[in-house]
Design a protein around this ligand. Structure first.
Ligand code: GDD
Ligand code: MN
Length: 404
């Protein structure tokens, strides 16, 4: 093997997982921008990698000849996938190889590969030929038609999985359902958010600090990126011919951790914080009215009657600020008294459910746990805030079709 013809291994990016606006070209043999950088995460794929690189190169030489790169990111495979891949660079000069010896994991491998990518479009495909390379041409076309993200989906027409057993199907769909409950605004955008086969515009993800874990790189991209338009292409997930899947129970635990991490990130980033701050003004209104009506030193009304009136006035306060601030992006698409009144009604109905919970909580904490009435009220309000936020998001603060 004439080793001086090999492409040198791609330098390992260190530190945070953030894709730079411009390619990181220092001590790189190749120079400037290209159209596509397709990352191929590998672990023990020595039996698949040569076939995959050949098929991908033949396909891309017909679509964007000389204007793409394939970046294998290997986690120091015991079967020396990285070494085999590097030897292939003599025949396929557009192939780059990164060998990671300290970090591990599919999702982080993809981001590290994108950090060293020179492409205006980034992508990921598995090395084991379970993602049919021919679908790449259709994904590329969707991007050329203006999509920020083009995803190969098993769950639209033309999609499917080959001979998956019932257990694997249930696990995959179950994972998707769990994701829809925890991150409806992320997983609800795609028919196959578990897909590991997609292309995306570099501009959609640059300078966004990412924190991937496990296998599901797509939910990380959708949650943290700036995806304004996405498209899907149906494909059938193939049977693996060589090697075996690396998915074990650990990936499922990492997936749950990933969902929770992104949930907190999205709450902290936007609406939830605004909703909570508005809720705090509501707490002041609720507690103030509750004191005036129920305290023995003032009107001394019953706990439940005082609570209902105080909560209703707090709800009107909260609706006013949520409509003006928390959900302003939606409410300002639906101006006028009638849509606003409908939103107030909808908000009230949702919060009414919360109020019932609130009153039950309050009586339980006050009468059964014997806590001070005001502490009991605070605990009840905090518990119901999550309920109110989730339902108001789910029913999307929308009363008309405008702006959908
Ligand atoms: N670098 C690196 N490090 N690569 C890895 C690792 C790792 O720790 N684990 C797996 N890979 C590579 C494999 O070598 C393969 O190329 C690809 O990631 C997918 O791994 P599989 O173990 O074959 O996953 P799967 O077939 O069960 O599921 C794949 O397809 C699903 C549908 O698109 C994965 O991509 C899933 O994320 C995806 O949902
Ligand atoms: Mn696979």
């Amino acid at each position: 093997m004439t080793y001086d013809l090999l492409n040198p291994l791609v330098p390992l990016p260190q530190g945070i997982f953030q894709i730079p606006a411009a390619p990181n070209l220092e001590n790189r043999s190749d120079s400037d921008w290209i159209q596509l950088s397709l990352v191929i995460p590998t672990y023990n794929e020595a039996k698949n990698i040569q076939e995959l690189i050949k098929v991908l190169s033949d396909l891309l030489d017909g679509v964007i000849p000389g204007d793409y790169e394939l970046i294998v990111v290997d986690d120091d495979s015991p079967d020396y996938t990285w070494k085999l891949a590097q030897e292939l660079t003599v025949e396929y000069p557009q192939l780059q190889v990164m060998r990671r010896e300290k970090e591990k994991g599919l999702a982080t491998a993809v981001v590290r590969g994108w950090q060293m990518a020179r492409g205006e479009i980034l992508g990921v495909i598995d090395a084991d030929l379970q993602h049919p390379p021919k679908v790449l041409a259709q994904l590329w076309q969707k991007i050329q038609q203006g999509a920020d993200l083009a995803v190969a989906s098993r769950h639209i027409n033309g999609g499917g999985v080959s001979e998956w057993n019932l257990g694997r199907r249930i696990l995959s769909r179950g994972a998707q359902m769990l994701g829809l409950m925890v991150l409806p605004e992320v997983l609800g955008k795609l028919s196959d958010p578990m897909s590991g086969y997609f292309l995306l515009r570099r501009s959609s993800i640059i300078e966004r600090a990412m924190n991937p874990i496990g296998y599901k790189i797509l939910i990380e991209v959708v949650a943290r990126g700036r995806i304004h338009s996405s498209a899907e292409v149906g494909y059938v997930f193939q049977e693996r011919q060589e090697g075996e899947s690396k998915v074990i129970w650990k990936q499922y635990l990492e997936y749950i951790g990933h969902l929770l991490r992104l949930r907190l990130f999205l709450w902290a980033k936007g609406r939830f914080i605004r909703f909570v701050l508005v809720g705090l003004t509501g707490v002041l209104v609720d507690m103030g009215i509750f004191y005036l009506l129920s305290d023995p030193s003032t009107l001394g009304w019953s706990l439940t009657r005082s609570k209902i009136i105080a909560a209703e006035l707090a709800m009107i306060n909260n609706f006013f600020w949520n409509d003006l601030w928390t959900f302003r992006d939606i409410s300002r698409q639906q101006t006028g008294m009638s849509p606003r009144f409908k939103r107030l009604l909808k908000f009230n109905v949702i919060c009414l459910g919360g109020l019932i919970l609130n009153v039950l909580f309050l009586n339980f904490v006050f009468h059964v746990l014997g806590l001070n009435r005001y502490l009991a009220n605070l605990i009840a309000i905090a518990a119901v805030t999550f309920w109110n936020f989730w339902f108001n998001c789910k029913f999307s603060w929308r009363v008309t079709d405008k702006g959908k």
